[in-house]
Design a binder for this molecule. Structure first.
Ligand code: NAP
Length: 250
């Protein structure tokens, strides 16, 4: 059997890095894509040290030409990508009355335009192969979150995008699902703690008290879920939003 090629965006650190490492451990050749190619080195080196295959790719997911070039390069160097994890993300939090148009546009561009451009570029390889797995990162913030009008709208948008991909691409053997994480310990949540003027450890402790499983999440929690959703055995799971939040969300 030929090896599956996966692309994970925003994989230099945080959730993306854990997903990339897990998919490589699952036997996939993984393109570790992030804004700065040199920033991908740590993730790539760790995968190679563990006996896996990985390629560092620098691209801004919101840049149409950069996305096209990145996907072409991955296909040429690792093989046609049939797994895509749209994970790249940013936050530009502020209450609505203080939110700038730039804050709004930046968040829309990375999450929604980025996922659209990446998916449109990769789907031809999936359709050609008659197999594909798309995983989009949403968030519990899609349900509404103070200070995150831009991010909540983008993450809710990811859910509609995911369901539509599932409907359009299902006949080609392609599934699309979204993971909506709750609180995951990364630089993104560390930045949230800093914005609120709280020590990160204290922020995690207070947050964990509100979570039914009584702990905050880790990037590996999301990597484990992604690993299942992109597996060959998950072919009848499509168009779903999986809340990975230590308890129910609706
Ligand atoms: P993170 O630690 O901030 O990592 C995000 C990565 O995405 C960074 O390496 C960043 O690069 C990269 N990136 C940003 N803009 C990009 C662009 N235009 N093109 C390519 N790469 C770009 O974030 P995380 O916490 O791992 O979050 C990963 C995903 O999960 C995001 O979509 C986030 O919204 C979602 N999520 C996270 C949580 C959580 O609790 N952490 C909860 C729910 C959902 P730079 O470092 O160069 O900026």
């Amino acid at each position: 059997m030929t090896r599956t090629t996966a692309i994970v965006t925003g994989a230099a650190r945080g959730i993306g890095a854990a997903v990339a490492a897990q998919l490589a451990a699952d036997g996939m050749a993984v393109a570790v894509l992030d804004l700065d190619e040199s920033a991908c080195k740590t993730t790539v080196d760790a995968i190679i040290a563990a006996g896996g295959t990985a390629l560092a790719v620098g691209a801004d997911v919101s840049d149409e030409a950069a996305v096209a070039a990145a996907v072409e390069r991955v296909a040429a160097e690792l093989g046609a990508p049939t797994v895509l994890v749209n994970n790249a993300g940013i936050i530009r939090d502020n209450l609505l009355f203080k939110m700038t148009t730039e804050d709004w546009d930046a968040v829309m561009n990375v999450h929604l335009r980025g996922a659209f451009l990446m998916t449109r570029a990769v789907q031809q390889h999936m359709v050609g192969a008659g197999f594909g797995r798309i995983v989009n990162l949403s968030s519990t913030s899609a349900l509404g979150n103070r200070g995150q009008a831009n991010y909540a709208a983008a993450k809710a948008g990811m859910q509609g995008f995911t369901k539509t991909l599932a409907i359009e691409l299902g006949r080609f053997g392609v599934t699309a699902n979204a993971i909506a994480p709750g609180f995951i310990e990364t630089e993104m949540t560390a930045a949230t703690a800093a914005r609120m003027g709280m020590d990160f450890e204290e922020f995690k402790r207070v947050t964990a008290e509100q979570i039914p499983v009584n702990r905050t999440g880790t990037p590996q929690d999301i990597a484990n879920t992604a690993s299942f959703l992109v597996s060959a055995g998950a072919g009848f799971v499509s168009g779903q939003i999986i809340y990975v939040a230590g308890g129910p969300k609706d």
